[in-house]
Design a protein around this ligand. Structure first.
Ligand code: NDP
Length: 288
């Protein structure tokens, strides 16, 4: 039996970052400073800490300035809003992102509203989401933008295809559905209340799993020859106490059925970081 072609997000992310680095080298003498990204993290969720570190490392590699702000878990809403307002005014800062999830006492939606839309590196401000709904240009949410960029790189036809997105979060599923629609896919968005899920996923030419459940989509739920995209990142502790990362797709059973598949890690994860840097450089370029 055959197995699917791997969609190498890690390699593409490196290529994108190399291109951005070159662009920065050209722009920096004109603008007189490097691009700057501010990452706000509250509390010490271990997964978030890893993501934040990766983002800061990637910034450094590109010659971007990163303004890390790590706040204790009990930091107040008012204090965070004040910091965001300062960053909005700070001419060295082109992108601002709040690492989610936040501790439960904080209102993340209100915080996202505080970010200046032109510095909204994560593309989650209602203004940028609204632009996406309208099909206007704007800063795009990084994970779904990363999925679209990866499909484009491998010249996977989207127009006219049936794309099934499993998951409807504002972070991934919903914006991704809109991006696929913009590219003329026929889009189905499934979620926890969907009936006969397997019947629907089996119709997908392009199947995207953004569920947050380890190995949730199995080979029997996938059409022969489909493109299978795995957004999920789940940390699983094995019997020997070692933790491994797995996606929302059951790679073992899906790979033999699909024509294309993303690995976890090395698929959408690195693409998300690359799109974050891309958004920041876009804002930087616009502010010259
Ligand atoms: P959320 O938990 O916000 O959303 C999960 C979605 O899956 C919800 O819409 C939920 O439905 C749906 N769902 C849950 N259970 C089922 C089920 N049994 N059948 C069908 N649908 C179901 O997660 P996110 O969208 O934020 O993230 C999804 C995954 O992607 C996670 O593993 C996360 O770690 C990962 N992720 C990866 C990123 C990356 O950089 N690669 C970035 C962001 C997230 P309902 O709305 O009805 O509750």
């Amino acid at each position: 039996s055959t197995t699917a072609c791997l969609l190498n997000g890690k390699a593409l992310a490196e290529k994108i970052q190399g291109d951005l680095k070159e662009l920065i080298t050209i722009l920096q003498p004109k603008i007189g400073r490097p691009p700057g990204l501010a990452v706000l993290m509250v509390g010490d969720d271990p997964a978030s800490a890893v993501y934040v570190r990766n983002k800061e490392r990637a910034c450094a590699k590109l010659g971007m300035a990163s303004f890390g702000h790590h706040f204790p878990g009990q930091t107040s809403q008012t204090e965070l809003e004040k910091v965001i307002q300062e960053l909005n005014q700070d001419p060295r800062v082109d992108g601002i992102l709040v690492q989610l999830p936040l501790p439960p006492h904080l209102d993340s939606v209100a915080l996202l509203h505080t970010i200046a839309p032109e510095k909204d590196a994560d593309g989650l401000h209602p203004m940028n989401l609204g632009r996406l709904v309208r099909g206007e240009s704007g800063l795009r949410s990084c994970t779904p933008a990363g999925v679209m960029r990866l499909l484009e790189e491998y010249q996977i036809e989207v127009a006219g295809k049936h794309a099934v997105v499993v998951g409807r979060s504002i972070l991934v599923g919903k914006p991704l559905g809109l991006m696929l629609l913009k590219k003329n896919a026929t889009v189905t968005i499934a979620h926890s209340r969907t009936q006969n899920l397997a019947e629907i996923t089996r119709q997908a030419d392009i199947l995207i799993a953004a569920v947050g459940k380890p190995q949730f989509i199995t080979g029997d739920m996938v059409k022969q020859g489909a493109v299978a995209i795995d957004v999920g990142i789940n940390r699983i502790v094995k019997s020997d106490d070692n933790a491994i990362l797995v996606g929302d797709l059951d790679f073992e059973s899906v790979a033999p059925v699909a024509d294309y598949i993303t690995p976890v890690p090395g698929g959408i994860g690195p693409m998300t970081v690359a799109m974050l840097l891309y958004n920041t450089v876009l804002s930087y370029q616009d502010r010259q």
